[in-house]
Design a protein around this ligand. Structure first.
Ligand SMILES: [Zn+2]
Length: 269
């Protein structure tokens, strides 16, 4: 592959190292350099333990960015989350975070959706022998169900924000509220169909009822990451999609606004 380098993964590494100094409860797990067709990259898996470790109210949250390398807004959102975390310790104290800031380092640097071998990593989650990046994601998750999973994506064509929501049976939907809060300040994609799926005011909700979703999951061999989290039993699985015509700060802010809504819902005092 002859893709040109347009961003530096070193920026992500430095943000992680700074967070490691600023957040006492942050644990950084660095794997050995992951060899890819594009060269070796260190892979980072972060966890932030809750100061209320013994509290049964504590909630587990997974945040992931950059599985598609040409969607850097997701990586920037995780970096911004890490920057803000030490300033708002109370806000986050009941949550235990698992973070994968950049799941496709080669793609991030070269602005390619796929990895160096040309594989779309977000279609590899049912593969029993997936590319190394997906193996690292699965190792970090370890088959655990989370209360909330959020994967921050972007869409190069969309005029505005939209999201995919998967909820386990009996769990409420939070997508509309996320869109309302984001829509007050940013554009929302209100088309009735997005990416070939029926959408309602920016929300693509695979409603449980759930024959539909289960059947789709059974039939599809090319599972995206959200299906993997859902199959593990995670209760609320979101994929948020920002438009790339907005600024870096705006795109990070939109993802983190969606996260804020979910955290408020998870921890209704
Ligand atoms: Zn994507």
């Amino acid at each position: 592959m002859t893709a040109k380098k347009v961003r530096d993964y070193q920026d992500v590494i430095e943000a992680i190292e700074k967070a490691e100094r600023d957040i006492p409860s942050l644990r950084v797990i660095r794997t050995d350099r992951v060899k890819t067709a594009g060269g070796p990259y260190p892979f980072y898996h972060l966890s932030i333990t809750s100061p209320e470790a013994g509290n049964p109210e504590r909630r587990t949250v997974f945040l992931g960015g950059g599985i598609h390398g040409d969607e850097p807004g997701g990586v920037w959102a995780v970096m911004e989350f890490l920057r803000r975390y030490p300033m708002q310790p109370d806000r986050y104290r009941r949550f235990e975070f698992t973070l994968l800031p950049c799941m496709n380092p080669f793609g991030y640097e070269h602005n390619t959706r796929a990895n160096a071998a040309g594989i779309d990593l977000n279609r590899q989650f049912r593969n029993t022998a997936p590319p190394i990046e997906v193996q690292r994601v699965k190792k970090a998750v370890g088959g655990r169900p989370f209360f909330l999973t959020m994967e921050f994506h972007e869409d190069v064509d969309t005029p505005g924000f939209y999201l995919y929501e998967l909820t386990q049976k009996g769990e409420p939907s939070w997508g509309r509220e996320m869109i309302a809060r984001i829509g007050a300040r940013y554009p929302v994609n209100r088309n009735q169909e997005i990416e070939g799926l029926p959408a309602e005011e920016g929300l693509i909700h695979r409603q449980p009822g759930h024959i539909d979703l289960r059947k789709i999951m059974e039939q599809r061999a090319d599972w995206p990451q959200a299906f993997y989290h859902y199959a593990n039993g995670s209760r609320h699985c979101f994929t948020t999609e920002t438009p790339i015509h907005l600024t870096r700060d705006e795109r990070a802010e939109i993802h983190l606004t969606a996260l804020d809504v979910a955290l408020e819902k998870l921890w209704a005092p």
